[in-house]
Design a protein around this ligand. Structure first.
Ligand SMILES: C[S@@+](CC[C@H](N)C(=O)[O-])C[C@H]1O[C@@H](n2cnc3c(N)ncnc32)[C@H](O)[C@@H]1O
Length: 397
């Protein structure tokens, strides 16, 4: 007897070689994290991360990089064309582990802080956040969201680094100082004193005005952190909060000032907000921390969200650092560009329509990709741009 006819063959998804795809995409995008960065993007999409922002936050990658990786994955049939993209059948076969079990906390999504914990504070900060002086991109100003301001205050509070402590904020376009005042009013606990050091005179005036009736002593000092702190601020702080410029040199400068401000001996605390860095830059940052005698107590990726960030701005991590009581550090040499728009930190963007590349940054026709998008591509008028990542593109976090 002849075997039963199996019927017409049903076509399954074309088979993809996951190792080859991850390696090709990493090379095409110039991904510093290599193929494992591509796999991280796919893992988060498979877990249902959704938007590019959510994928970037969960994968620990900057949004332009995630967007570029997703574009390459679409052209290879791994992701669907719609937005937000999902895995195609072939993509699922190659990259979805098919396991839904996860140990992540669904309530805080790994941030260590519940956004509902002080919703009253977040609501109170919406007004001041809307009134803040305009962003000065040349100083790397990008305002964080009201919820982020609240998270920062709660992180300090939970660590015991707030109540009754002498707190110093280095650079405050994020209005953490105002958040501390509102927190004290709403929840009856605040610092022993608060000092803000800020370069931007408009911001200094705004903060002095808004902090005038704080329920604890406040001083706003107009000062360029390129210079050492005024002598009267040295060795006086218990806690420092800072969101420095996006370069390693910028972080080094602000952290050197933070370390000099902490009381002598061990135990001073620093809350550092810093965007996603390439692995090699993270190592450089760790070397800076080591030289300054700052130990990492925790690092929460995706902790900070920035307003109006669109595809470019994204998120940054919160590093909780603790002083080990090391000897004062030497002055940074100041050779490298401080701000992400300076010199070698200019960025190249490619028009998604005609492929023409443009340079964006300080001293160029467009200082930000937002300005470039608004003006449109000079060749075809297109308004969608991708970072050119095959050459060395600095990370905008
Ligand atoms: C460097 S910006 C970056 C923070 C931004 N929120 C972000 O998204 O990362 C933080 C603050 O530092 C201030 N700042 C920048 N350069 C400074 C300097 N040399 N001395 C003092 N403050 C400075 C800015 O005006 C701003 O208020």
């Amino acid at each position: 007897m002849s075997p039963p006819d199996p019927g017409p063959a049903v076509a399954g998804p074309a088979l993809l070689d996951p190792d080859a795809v991850a390696a090709e995409v990493a090379a095409a995008v110039g991904l510093a994290e290599g193929p494992s960065g591509v796999r991280a993007v796919l893992r988060e999409i498979a877990r249902g991360a959704g938007s590019t922002r959510a994928v970037g936050r969960a994968a620990g990658l900057p949004l332009p990089v995630v967007a570029a990786v997703q574009g390459e994955l679409r052209t290879r049939g791994v992701l669907t064309a719609e937005r937000p993209s999902k895995l195609t059948a072939a993509g699922r076969a190659a990259f979805d582990p098919g396991v839904t079990l996860s140990g992540r906390c669904p309530a805080c999504a790994g941030l260590g802080v519940l956004d509902t914990a002080a919703a009253d504070l977040t609501a109170a900060l919406a007004g001041p956040a809307a009134d803040v002086p305009p962003v000065r991109v040349e100083l790397d100003q990008t305002h964080c969201t009201p919820a982020t301001k609240t998270r920062r205050v709660l992180a300090m509070h939970d660590a015991g680094a707030l109540a009754g402590r002498h707190v110093l904020v280095l650079g405050d376009d994020d209005l953490v100082s105002l958040a501390l005042v509102h927190f004290a009013r709403l929840h009856g606990t605040g610092p022993a004193s608060l000092t803000v050091v800020e370069l931007d005179p408009a911001l200094v005036g705004f903060l002095r005005d808004r902090l005038a009736d704080a329920p604890f002593p406040v001083e706003v000092v107009e000062h360029d952190l390129a210079d050492p702190l005024p002598a009267r601020l040295l060795g006086t702080a218990d806690t420092v909060q800072t969101d420095p410029p996006y370069t390693v040199a910028g972080a080094q400068l602000f952290l050197t000032r933070a370390a000099s401000a902490l009381r002598a001996g061990a135990g001073g605390e620093v809350f550092l907000s810093l965007g996603v860095r390439r692995p090699a830059e993270t190592v450089a940052l760790q070397q800076v921390l080591t030289r300054l005698g700052l130990a990492v107590r925790s690092m929460l990726p995706g902790f900070n969200d920035y307003v109006g960030a669109g595809v470019l701005g994204g998120t940054s991590a919160l590093w909780h650092l603790v002083a080990a009581g090391a000897a004062p550090a030497a002055e940074p040499d100041g050779d490298d560009a401080l701000y992400s728009g300076e010199g070698r930190n200019r960025r190249r963007y490619v028009c998604a329509h005609c492929g023409t590349a443009q340079t964006v940054g300080v001293g160029r026709r467009w200082r930000t990709v937002g300005e470039l998008k608004e003006a449109g591509c000079p060749r075809c008028g297109g308004r969608t741009f991708r970072p050119r990542t095959t050459t060395r593109t600095p990370r905008a976090d």
